[in-house]
Each structure stands twice: as structure tokens, then as C-alpha cells.
Design a protein around this ligand. Structure first.
Ligand code: THU
Length: 130
């Protein structure tokens, strides 16, 4: 199954009774396998998780460690970008030139790299004194 179909399908399973904003995400790992995730909200609002976080968790649980491509879809007026926290989660397992395709249900798309989405990011080099 392709990334768009996978993310569109998993989006239907989102648990989003509070925001009523369902999100689906698909990640293609270095192995070629596709992992999916949807947002899972909670009545204690901050406890909810984003679609991207779910897809990353599925990838790591399955043993893949590197993501080569990301796609996110929502019923949004403009292609939906990953939130700040998810950008940091994605760069943990991706590269600066990893493409993130943002989609609406109406077919609008926008592609940005992880470096464009999270310039000046915190990484392991900041923890090592030269
Ligand atoms: N959300 C995602 O799952 N991914 C994004 O990229 C943006 C936001 C979710 C979190 C929350 O369940 C709902 O969308 C509204 O913020």
C-alpha cells in the first residue's frame, strides 16, 4: 500500500473526540516497511498523542531505526504540518533532507524537509563540550 492510502486509512481510526481533528501519519523506514499512526486523545487533554508519535512508536517497536519519508494527512484547510514536539521526534530518526509530505483530504499537498521544519534543532552535539 502507498503512503497516502496508508495514512488516509489509519486516520479513520483516530480517537479525537475532543478536538474532532483526526490525523493520520505514515512513515517509510529504511527497510522499506511502512508504519502508520493516528492521534489518540485523552479526557486529560495533555495526555493525548499525535499521529506522528504513534507511527514512530510502531516503527521502533518493529525494529526499524531510520525513517526515509513521512506523510501526514488531516481534514484541514491547508496541508497540516507536524507540531513542534513531533518535529523533534521525527529528526531523532530522520535526516535533514528527509521529506515530509503534508496533505489535506481535498488533495492539497506541500513537501518540506526535516531541516526546513526544524532549523537550529537541538541534537546530541549540544551535549558534548568540544
Ligand atoms: N495532531 C497530530 O496528531 N499531528 C499533527 O501534526 C498536528 C496535531 C493532533 C493532536 C490533537 O489530537 C489534534 O491533532 C489537535 O491538535
Amino acid at each position: 500500500m502507498d503512503m497516502l492510502s496508508a495514512a488516509t486509512q489509519v486516520r479513520e481510526n483516530a480517537h479525537a473526540p475532543y478536538s474532532r481533528f483526526k490525523v493520520g501519519a505514515a512513515i517509510r523506514a529504511a527497510s522499506g516497511r511502512i508504519y502508520v499512526g493516528c492521534n489518540v486523545e485523552n479526557v486529560a487533554y495533555p495526555e493525548g498523542t499525535c499521529a506522528e508519535a504513534g507511527a514512530i512508536a510502531a516503527m521502533i517497536a518493529a525494529g526499524d531505526r531510520q525513517l526515509n519519508e513521512v506523510l501526514v494527512i488531516a481534514d484541514s484547510p491547508a496541508p497540516v504540518p507536524p507540531c513542534g514536539g513531533c518535529r523533534q521526534k521525527l529528526v531523532e530518526f530522520g535526516a535533514g533532507d528527509t521529506p515530509v509530505t503534508m496533505c489535506t483530504l481535498d488533495g492539497a499537498t506541500r513537501v518540506m524537509t526535516l531541516a526546513e521544519l526544524l532549523p537550529g534543532r537541538f541534537d546530541a552535539s549540544h551535549m558534548a563540550k568540544a
